[in-house]
Ligand binder design. Structure first.
Ligand SMILES: [Zn+2]
Length: 121
C-alpha cells in the first residue's frame, strides 16, 4: 500500500495512507492549480488536523499516490460579491469637537428631540 509522508507542525514527519488525506484543488480560468488549493490530514500521532497549501506539483504527487481530489473552480467574482465594507464612512463633513459640544449642550435641554427634528427639516 502506498504511504504518503507528510509533516505535522508538532510531530514532524508522519506516514499516512492515501485515504487519510483530503485534497482540494482550486482551478483558475485556464485550468491551472490556483491559490486556495490545499491538502488536509489528521495527524495519527497528535490527532490535530493539519492543513497545508498545495501547488500543482504537490497536487500531482498526492493524486499519483492515490489521494482523491475534490475539484473546485476559482470564483472570479468572489471579490465583487462581498458586501460593501461596513466601516466605509458615509459622505458628509467630519464630526468636529464643536459639533460634539453642541450636541452635548443640546442634550441637556428638555426639548432636545424637538430641536433635533427641527434641524432635519
Ligand atoms: Zn502531530
Amino acid at each position: 500500500m502506498t504511504r504518503i509522508r507528510a509533516s505535522c507542525p508538532s510531530c514532524g514527519e508522519v506516514d499516512l495512507r492515501p485515504t487519510d488525506l483530503t485534497l482540494t484543488i482550486v482551478r483558475d480560468a485556464d485550468g491551472q492549480v490556483a491559490d486556495g488549493s490545499a491538502y488536509r490530514f489528521r495527524c495519527p500521532a497528535c490527532t490535530h488536523v493539519v492543513a497545508k497549501p498545495a501547488d500543482a506539483r504537490i497536487a500531482d504527487l498526492l493524486r499519483t499516490g492515490g489521494v482523491e481530489a475534490e475539484e473546485r473552480e476559482q470564483l472570479q467574482t468572489e471579490v465583487d460579491r462581498r458586501p460593501p465594507h461596513p466601516e466605509s464612512p458615509p459622505g458628509g463633513p467630519r464630526l468636529t469637537h464643536d459639533d460634539l459640544l453642541d450636541l452635548h449642550l443640546l442634550l441637556t435641554t428638555d426639548t432636545w428631540f424637538e430641536q433635533l427634528l427641527a434641524t432635519s427639516r
